[in-house]
Design a protein. Structure first.
Length: 193
């Protein structure tokens, strides 16, 4: 049990038999006889529904522990994304809609952290960026402009805007939240002995 004044981002709470993740917390001090309040923005871990709730600072809430386990992305069938737990080799599913762009950009074999509550998969801790190979784009060009962009198709079929200097076959870093180009990934070449 925790008091509302002890709430922090990332915590998990059980309220009326539902599990919520704390996304934001804001405390306001009370004046005179008025007590303070703690405003929390919560997300239902099963449905993803957002809920803004106000608590009294000394109100007791049930915090729950989530198990963190490494999982490996296997494939997406369009409706669900299938992962395999690395500790038990059990396959778990997450709705593709809950992953957003990650559903298209995650590559088979990529490992991420998953959170489980009472053995049931709840959420994934996805990286901020992922790497993807450019399959086709206009030939690379040097330009006086730094802001020049062109369209590029990634190996998964997704189309993004990249700088003019990016060539087909190169690996780029893509932001998972926005689907935008971040940087070109430099690969190190090993020198022969």
């Amino acid at each position: 049990m925790v008091t509302a004044s002890e709430l922090r981002e990332g915590m998990a709470l059980r309220i009326e038999h539902e599990v919520y993740r704390v996304l934001e917390v804001e405390s306001k001090a009370g004046a005179a006889k008025m007590g303070g309040t703690v405003r929390a923005r919560l997300s239902n871990v099963r449905s993803g529904r957002l809920w803004d709730q106000h608590f009294r600072p000394l109100e007791r809430l049930e915090d729950v522990g989530l198990e963190k386990r490494k999982v490996e992305f296997l494939y997406s069938d369009g409706t669900n994304c299938i992962f395999q737990r690395l500790d038990s080799f059990e396959q778990v599913e997450f709705p593709a809609a809950s992953l957003g762009l990650a559903e298209k950009l995650l590559q088979a074999g990529e490992e991420v952290q998953a959170e489980f509550f009472e053995g049931e998969p709840i959420s994934l801790d996805l990286p901020d960026t992922v790497e993807a190979r450019v399959m086709s784009t206009a030939p690379s060009a040097r330009s006086q402009q730094d802001s020049g962009r062109k369209e590029a198709t990634l190996e998964n079929g997704m189309t993004i805007q990249v700088p003019l200097f990016v060539a087909p076959g190169e690996i780029v870093s893509v932001d998972l939240k926005t689907g935008r180009y971040v940087e070109r990934v430099r690969t190190q070449h090993k020198k022969g002995v």
